[in-house]
Every structure is written in C-alpha cells, then in structure tokens.
Design a protein. Structure first.
Lengths: 243, 241
C-alpha cells in the first residue's frame, strides 16, 4: 500500500505523466462555464425580476410560470431537456428557416452554458426580486421627486441598495452553480473538474483517491468563493450602521 | 423524431408512474435518516469541545462544499475500495445501487440540515431552556422535550425546502443504476431515441411530485405551528390578575 500511495501522489504530477495539469485546466473550465452561465443568469434574473414586479399582468404571469417550472424540476432533467431536446429543436428550427444547413450541430459547450444560465436565471430572478422589494419605497419616490428618469433611478438609487440585500443570495447561487456545473459532465465531455476526476478514476480504478481529489478541488473553489463573497458583502454594506 | 403526446401519455407515462414509489422511497428514506443524523451533527457543531465541533464543521463543509454527484460517486465506487471485500460479500443489499444512493443522499441531507438545525437550536429562547432546568429536568430531557421540538419548529420552513431539493436531487440516483423516474425516462429515451416525449413526461411527473410535496409540507408546517399562529396576528391577552 505504501508504494501504491507513492505512485498515486506521483500520478497528480504536471504534464503527460500525471493528472495535475488536467485538474488545473478543469478548474479553469469549470470556472469559465460557471462565470458565463452566471452572467447569463444574472441578465435573465434582472429581466425576470423586472417582469415579475412590473405593472403588466402578462409579464407577471410569464415570470411566475418560468420560475415555478424551473425551480420545481430537477437540475439534471433541465440540463437534459435543454441539452438534448432544446438543441435539437433549435437546430430543426434553424434548418427549417433556411438559416443553417442540414445536420447542424450545436456546440455542446455553448449548450451547457445556456442550460445552466436558463436554470439559474430562475433562481436569480427570485433573489433579485427579493432585493428590489427590500429597498424602501420612499427612496424611489424621493428619486422620482428629484426628477430622475427610469434608468438613472435604477443605476443610482435602486441598484446600489438592492445589491446589498441580494449579495447573500447571489453568493449562495454562485456556490450552487459551481457545484451544478459538475452535472454537465453527465451530458457532455467538456473537461471540467468532474469530467477530469471521473475519467481519471475510471481509467486508473483508484476511485477513492481521484473522487477524493475532485472533491477537495471543489472544496477549494467553494472556500475561495465564500471568502470572496464575504468581502463583497462587507464592501456593499460599507456606510451601513450595524446594530 | 417528433413530439407525440399520444405516445407520451400511453407508453411513457405509465412506466414513469410505476417508478414514482422508488423516487418517493429515496426521498423520504434519506430525508428521515438524514434529518435524524443532523441532530448529532448540529449538537457536535455547537459543542464548545473542539474534538466534537471541528469534525462536525469539516463534515458540514464537505457536504455543502462539494457536488452531490461526487459524493454519490465516492460512495458508490469508492466504498468498495475502502471496505475490505470479506465484509461486503455476505451482505446482499450492498450489490444494489439504491442503498448507496440512499446512503449518499442521507449524509448529504445530514450536512445541510445539520447547519440549519444549528442555527435553530441557537435561536431557541434562553428563558425556555432555563425554565426547563428550573423544573429539574436533566439535560437529556431538556433537549428532547424543550430545545429540539422548539428548534425543529423554528427551522421547519428551511427543512421543508431542503426536502424539496432532496426530491429533485434523487434524480441523480439513475447514474448509479437506480431506475427511479429519471432513470426510467432515460432508459426509454436511450432505447427509443424519443427525446421530447420521455423528457417532457419526466418533467410533468416531477412537477406534480414537487407540487404535491410542497402542499403536504405546508400543511405540516401550519399544523405544527398552530398554537403560535394567533400570537403573531392578535395582541396577547392580558393575564388575569
């Protein structure tokens, strides 16, 4: 076992003889997927929060349906739906419209990012909606009384205050998105942390070691993210007196 | 392959409905085991003794900081490496993926609920614990009769949303060869190449399950907090002099 353990640690070496560089690249890929889909989700979330809070009934309904459906289906099923059914429907649609040739393949990397973005868009919609609702009404009324127009009200008054209330929720969803990015390894081989760990474990049969290593890599990502969000929360709350 | 509602409702749906009991078994089984395990985890986490609180902290961080998928793979593939073969051989159920899934979901729930319960135990009003002590209850009685029931009521909303998350997470069990709703849908999809019918049918089933479970948990919440409801809406009556 001792010699075995030595060769196991050596198998994490950098370069062709080990999985070290694959794991580091895996972290980069996972972070890239998470960042891109999180950015997309934040955009959807802002739109969704606005749709749920605006005065147009149809938009309220649409936002409600979107968040309810997405939040009540398993993430894995949604990834399957978007990755298999969604890409195929989109490809068929593009071919039908004459925008693409027969046999169009949609980039799995893009499909995965869109899938996670659409899922987390629903979660961020509710996080941001809560943040907007936590801003006192008087603030907006005062801004209106000052004659600020809509976009200015949003940039100067609403956004800086809602973000303060939303940061804990945003942080939680970021942690969830990094963890759920592991699910994409089920549908596509995009060389994220999970795919690297699983292929290493499968080809060497050292399941405990490699799944353990994968878990530790995820824990490092989580720990760094938690530290970062704690700093961010502190910064967003500067100038707020704490009881 | 086109979307065919008739095929979906006559062929796919019945098979998925047969798989629902397995999904519910995984959900409730790991919810019960996990929530029971969460009590010692939470107690160890708030203990002043670092020999208890540090392992609990590490456990909670591991469960919350890594994807459930890895925990499931670790348990399913890794346990056979950690436990010597002669211990496994006589045990028939260790061959089935479902027990590994149950174990992985249970410890995951224990980690998440442990952290929730920790906050709730700390939120139990001091006066109630002191009153229980003044009655002469021993620490065990104080905990089982006052602290724990109070803490569970406090964190009931968080615990029920945790249960909903667990129901959705059981869909991962198909990756370790458990044919619950997701696994059944996937095997039909792989056999017939029908992407739309199988996945949409699974979506409908999960939507109904989550909706139903939400209603049940809301009912439980209302019921368990019945005596506290009027307190929040109406002013307390003046005590008789």
């Amino acid at each position: 076992m001792a010699a075995d353990a030595h060769s196991l640690w050596a198998s994490l070496a950098w370069g062709d003889s080990g999985y070290g560089d694959e794991f580091v690249k895996g972290v980069a890929t996972t972070l890239f997927i998470s960042f891109s889909s999180y950015a997309m989700a934040a955009g959807i979330g802002l739109l969704g929060a606005w749709a749920k809070l605006c005065h147009i009934k149809a938009l309220n309904r649409t936002g409600e349906v979107y968040t309810t459906v997405v939040r009540s289906l398993p993430e894995l099923l949604l990834i399957f739906l978007i990755f298999y059914a969604g890409t195929r429907a989109l490809a068929n649609l593009l071919v039908m419209l004459g925008l693409a040739d027969q046999g169009l393949d949609i980039n799995p990397f893009a499909a995965v990012i869109v899938a996670l973005g659409l899922i987390y868009g629903a979660y961020l919609t509710d996080v941001l909606r809560g943040g907007i609702q936590a801003v006192p009404k008087g603030q907006i009324e005062a801004a209106k009384a000052f004659g600020m127009h809509g976009p200015k009200r949003f940039v100067r008054i609403l956004f800086p205050q809602m973000i303060r209330f939303s940061i804990p929720g945003l942080g939680n969803q970021w942690l969830n998105i990094t963890k759920d990015s592991a699910l994409v390894s089920v549908v596509a081989q995009v060389n994220d942390i999970m795919s690297v760990g699983r292929s290493a474990a499968n080809s060497t049969k050292h399941f405990v070691f490699y799944f353990g290593a994968t878990a530790i890599v995820f824990m490092i990502v989580s720990a760094v993210s938690m530290y970062f969000f704690a700093r961010l929360e502190k910064r967003a709350n500067r100038g707020i007196r704490r009881a | 392959m086109k979307f065919d509602p008739v095929y979906m409702f006559t062929v796919v749906m019945p098979q998925l409905i047969w798989a629902v009991p397995l999904t519910l078994f995984l959900t409730f089984g790991s919810s019960i085991i996990g929530n029971l395990l969460a009590v010692p985890v939470a107690l160890a986490r708030i203990s002043p003794n670092p020999l208890l609180s540090l392992p609990a902290r590490a456990f909670i961080f591991t469960m919350r900081g890594t994807p459930l998928l890895i925990q499931l793979y670790f348990v399913y593939y890794g346990l056979g490496q950690l436990i010597p073969g002669w211990m496994m051989r006589g045990v028939p159920f260790l061959r089935d993926g479902i027990w590994y899934a149950l174990f992985a979901f249970s410890i995951n729930t224990a980690g998440y609920t442990g952290e929730i319960l920790r906050g709730a135990i700390l939120a139990v009003p001091h006066g109630e614990i002191e009153a229980a002590r003044a009655f002469g209850m021993n620490p065990w009685k104080v905990f089982t009769r006052v602290t724990l029931p109070r803490a569970v009521r406090i964190c009931l909303p968080a615990m029920s949303s945790e249960t909903i998350l667990l129901l959705k997470a059981t869909s991962l069990a198909y990756l370790v060869t458990v044919y619950e709703v997701m696994g059944t849908a996937t095997s039909i999809r792989v056999d017939t190449f029908r992407v739309y019918d199988t996945l949409i049918a699974a979506g409908i089933v999960y939507f109904i399950l989550v909706y139903g479970l939400t209603r049940v948990l809301n009912w439980v919440e209302r019921r368990l907090n019945k005596d506290r409801m009027p307190m929040t809406t109406s002013a307390p009556k003046p005590a008789a002099a």
